[in-house]
Design a protein around this ligand. Structure first.
Ligand SMILES: CC(C)(COP(=O)(O)OP(=O)(O)OC[C@H]1O[C@@H](n2cnc3c(N)ncnc32)[C@H](O)[C@@H]1OP(=O)(O)O)[C@@H](O)C(=O)NCCC(=O)NCCS
Length: 138
């Protein structure tokens, strides 16, 4: 895939990224912009200049371990371009970035029913942690 480019999200990507996210996740209908700053940003995959993949990254600090980690979310690839290695390339881009960014580890959550995603993560060196994810709706 010579024509695959992975780079950070740019405001000009907004409409294409929102369409991709709408196809894959239950997101709000009235998003006007995507917050993008040094600790909370996106990366996109472009194939022939068309956006075909997205991952959100939050860089978080654990003050008691004195380290930083990335939390990934909204991992997705356009259904027309899945299973050809695009998500893997995006993860490799993130791993390289993490090495330059003083990051100790990378974390994410995924339902076990998301089989492709679970395989993708295991293949790329993530291990399942024995913990429950809790949420209290407010
Ligand atoms: C999960 C997802 C991002 C994977 O993207 P992708 O670009 O297709 O992934 P890759 O081509 O890099 O595949 C990497 C590995 O994932 C697994 N995989 C990918 N697609 C798969 C499928 N349809 N079924 C089973 N395993 C699959 C394979 O193990 C594959 O490695 P292999 O081809 O060497 O066996 C994509 O399927 C997607 O967007 N799904 C919908 C949204 C989603 O579930 N996001 C995850 C939220 S936690």
């Amino acid at each position: 895939m010579d024509n695959l480019v992975i780079r950070k999200y740019d405001n000009d990507d907004f409409f294409e990224v929102i369409d991709l996210l709408k196809d894959n996740f239950n997101i709000s209908n009235n998003i006007e912009s995507i917050d993008d700053n040094i600790n909370s940003f996106g990366i996109v995959a472009l194939l022939n200049k068309k956006i075909v993949g997205y991952i959100r990254i939050d860089k978080l600090n654990n003050p008691f371990k004195n380290n930083y980690y990335y939390f990934l979310s909204y991992v997705c690839v356009d259904s027309n371009y899945q299973n050809v290695g695009i998500a893997t390339k995006m993860l490799e881009f993130i791993f390289d970035m993490a090495k330059d960014d003083n990051v100790s580890y990378i974390e994410l959550t995924s339902r076990s029913s998301r089989e492709a995603a679970n395989r993708l993560y295991l293949k790329n060196g993530f291990v399942i942690r024995d913990t429950n994810v809790f949420r209290k709706e407010m």
